[in-house]
Design a protein around this ligand. Structure first.
Ligand code: FAD
Ligand code: NDP
Length: 426
């Protein structure tokens, strides 16, 4: 026999924290909700790990970045969960889920049953072993997904002050860690397979701006290649990274950010999957009507695009979680999720935001030699995506609004001429 709850959230990350707040606002009863998480701390704002957490001066540490501070809402500390009668089962991995019986089995052998389950298991970092590279278990090779990884990364960095760091991957983790490590006075070299950084979102022109900025801060880029192996010393520490063409990079540490895989293994064969995630409807409900999925692990319909997407960003984790709870607790007053995809990053003194979809033709605007510039994406004659670096709060709101309105664009040259003004005046 085990415990039984009305609602169980499986996973204790960003989505779980925002779901908990929404449950409490909608009057969940004491003892009705339980959160089970492999992590030993209550939900926190994961984005802090590659930014404030890595700073050399006054670094951000828990409890300051527990959810839901990221959206300027209440900060949910362990005391908050206690006061709201929300049960926390931390440091506990769920080993299996039986959606037919509505039970979970924990690594401690306990069975927990639910009436409704919200799956918020997020994702895991891809490992170099999965690409056939051996030896990345060395103590100076770091990944970054949770607070334990971030703590280790800081310790490794502090063990080699002013040393060399090789960053594998030119995506979000690579770019944000490179900036944080430069601020820590490390000599950073980035290695990635694409022709430019952030290839899944940035155009070459946008990427050039950031790469030039990073180069001015001392970062070196080795593009269009991947590492083939590591060389280690007698203590098992990596001393150099060997690239496919034989080039050797002497290094004191390595950071790997080569993408993620959603944590779906517990429900494979039980729920419908799509695009690597758990397929849900506009109420965040999976193919089993008692099971909801939110955050990185959910593939949901994006009304604006007329297709499903799985997004790996904090805003969608927060909002999809809130929406699932609204669907559960106020089913007659909740309609299909109508989400405008939103991504952002902050590095050095730079800051950008992107809304919508980066498909179709691209129109760049603004001053690429200065500090405010951007781009629009136009598909089939409609504006579908907007990017802006260095904007004000009002300007970011304007590009978000313009993207949601999906206006008809007759003349790309005219859009380019109007630039940011197009969104501001819409
Ligand atoms: P997560 O926050 O990953 O939470 C999943 C939770 O489930 C974890 O606690 C995990 O331990 C737990 N779990 C998984 N499997 C089990 C199991 N079997 N049993 C028990 N528990 C389990 N996005 C942005 O938009 N902007 C940013 O600036 C940004 N920065 C980021 C920086 C870093 C370093 C990282 C790693 C991500 C960043 N992201 C950012 C992405 C964003 O953090 C994620 O999209 C978001 O955390 C997803 O929330 P989630 O709740 O779905 O998953
Ligand atoms: P990304 O998907 O952003 O980037 C992965 C990078 O690694 C790409 O450049 C990719 O190239 C490259 N890569 C893939 N395989 C290899 C390989 N074998 N060797 C070398 N490079 C390789 O993932 P990240 O790991 O950077 O980020 C992890 C997660 O964290 C994502 O979900 C991201 O959204 C999230 N995150 C978000 C942030 C934000 O929104 N500001 C900040 C930090 C993290 P290719 O494209 O060719 O596969």
């Amino acid at each position: 026999m085990g415990r039984a709850y009305v609602y169980v959230i499986l996973g204790g990350g960003v989505a779980a924290g925002y779901a908990a707040l929404e449950f409490s606002r909608r009057g969940v009863g004491h003892g009705e909700l339980c959160i089970i998480s492999e992590e030993s701390v209550v939900p926190y704002e994961r984005p802090a790990l590659s930014k404030g957490f890595l700073l050399p001066e006054a670094p951000t540490r828990l409890p300051s970045f527990h959810t839901c501070v990221g959206a300027n809402e209440e900060r949910l500390t362990p005391k908050w969960y206690n006061e709201h009668g929300i049960e926390l089962v931390l440091g506990t991995r769920v080993k299996s889920v039986d959606v037919r019986r509505k039970t979970l089995l924990t690594s401690l052998g306990e069975t927990i049953s639910y009436k409704y389950l919200i799956i918020a298991t997020g994702a895991r970092a891809l490992k170099l072993e999965e690409f056939g590279v051996s030896g990345p278990d060395a103590e100076n090779v770091c990944y970054l997904r949770n607070v334990a990884d971030a703590t280790r990364l800081v310790e490794v960095m502090q063990s080699c002050p002013g040393g060399n760091a090789v960053i594998i991957g030119g995506g979000y983790i690579g770019m944000e860690c490179a900036a944080s490590m430069v601020i820590n006075k490390m000599n950073v070299t980035m290695v990635f397979p694409e022709a430019h950084c952030m290839a899944r979102l940035f155009t070459r022109k946008i990427a050039n701006y950031y790469e030039d900025y990073y180069k001015s801060k001392g970062v070196k880029f080795i593009k269009g290649t991947v590492l083939s192996s590591f060389e280690k010393d007698s203590d098992g520490k990596v001393t150099s990274v060997v690239l496919r063409d034989g080039t050797k990079l002497l290094t004191d540490m390595v950071v790997v950010g080569i993408g993620i895989r959603p944590n779906t293994s517990l429900i494979e064969g039980q729920l419908t999957l799509e695009k690597g995630g758990i397929k849900v409807n506009g109420l965040m409900q999976s193919s089993n009507s008692s099971v909801y999925a939110v955050g990185d692990v959910a593939t949901f319909p994006v009304k604006l695009f007329g297709e499903t997407r799985r997004l790996e960003h904090v805003d969608s984790a927060r909002k999809s979680a809130k929406h699932a709870v609204a669907s559960l607790m106020a089913p007659n007053k909740t309609w299909d999720f109508d989400y405008l995809p939103f991504f952002y990053s902050r590095v050095f003194t730079l800051s950008w935001q992107f809304y919508g979809d980066n498909v179709g033709e691209v129109v760049h605007y603004g001053d690429f030699l200065g500090s405010t510039f951007g781009a629009y994406w136009v598909k089939n004659g409609y504006l579908v995506g907007s990017f802006l670096e260095g904007g004000t709060k009002e300007e970011y709101e304007a590009i978000a609004k313009a993207t949601r309105l999906k206006p008809r664009i007759e003349d790309l040259a005219e859009l380019e001429r109007q630039g940011l003004g197009f969104a501001v005046l819409i």
